[in-house]
Design a protein around this ligand. Structure first.
Ligand SMILES: [Zn+2]
Length: 278
């Protein structure tokens, strides 16, 4: 069979997708409308929105906009898609260079080169947590989220490249807040306890599912005050600050995953505005 001419191919794609040819053409050739930082969130406002899509995952709009979390380690560019009463539209955003500093930390050697007998446990925990990143349950939150500590201490840098005892490791996907051991940690929104247990690196950890693919994580707790499966309300006490797992001292590690992407909590707690595209 002869290859169809470009115009014919466009018509075929258009027919297959059930969208106007002009939309498909723009999606295929569109230049980036913005450059965004890894770990940021893009907001694309619109009317009569039906759904939002990125990288094969689809979700619901929130407050008259589609929100797209850009994972901390995403590179190159990414296509944002949305469906509305007006049809399908897309925008391409470029991902800027990695902007975060490198942080050198010294921890107990067992947290850099775990002993052989702990490897199976670490892998089991990695899988249990990995399954949570695919959760898409009905939304239970609104933005901005609440703060995990009251008052929320300054600091809490997100995104640093991590070097533990001179060994490079995954970048820092949360924010660390220094606080006295025993300080109460609160749920940042209504939700369900997806997992509450002690892990090798995270120490005593609570994972809350807030619906719409949003997961909040509180690590290194001295005490867990909820159980897996519990329903929690925004502001409810879920644990206490501690120094369990891979730490240099007592602090709260607070992280967010939204539709699987690691994003800066400052964007959702209202400290920083998301990037807007039109
Ligand atoms: Zn941390």
């Amino acid at each position: 069979m002869r290859a169809p001419a470009a115009a014919t191919l466009l018509a075929l794609v258009s027919a297959a997708l059930g969208v106007p040819a002009a939309d498909v053409a723009r999606a295929a050739t569109a230049p980036a409308v913005a450059t965004v930082v890894p770990g940021s969130v893009v907001r694309w406002p619109g009317v009569e929105l039906a759904s939002c899509e990125m990288k094969g995952r689809r979700w619901q709009p929130l407050a008259d906009a589609c929100w797209y979390p850009i994972d901390l380690e995403l590179q190159g560019s990414v296509e944002l898609v949305r469906r509305s009463s007006a049809g399908v539209a897309s925008r391409t955003v470029a991902i800027g260079p990695y902007p975060y500093p490198t942080q050198e930390l010294t921890v107990e050697e067992k947290y850099v080169a775990p002993p052989k007998e702990e490897l199976a446990r670490i892998e089991r925990e990695r899988q249990r947590v990995g399954a949570l990143f695919a959760l898409e349950t009905p939304r239970r939150f609104s933005l901005p989220l609440g703060a995990p500590l009251d008052p929320l201490p300054a600091g809490g840098r997100f995104g640093a490249r991590r070097v533990f005892n001179a060994q490079p490791r995954s970048p820092h996907s949360g924010a660390d807040f220094r606080a006295s051991p025993g300080t109460v940690v609160r749920a940042v929104a209504d939700g369900r306890v997806a997992l509450a247990e002690e892990h090798y690196f995270a120490g005593r950890a609570v994972y809350l599912d807030h619906g719409d693919g949003l997961l909040s994580m509180s690590f290194h707790l001295s005490e867990i005050l909820v159980r897996t499966g519990d329903e929690v309300r925004r502001g409810q006490e879920i644990g206490r600050v501690g120094a369990t797992g891979r730490v240099t001292g007592p602090h709260l590690h607070f992280g967010l995953r939204w539709h699987g992407a690691r994003v800066d909590r400052a964007l959702l707690i209202g400290e920083v505005s998301p990037v807007e595209v039109r």
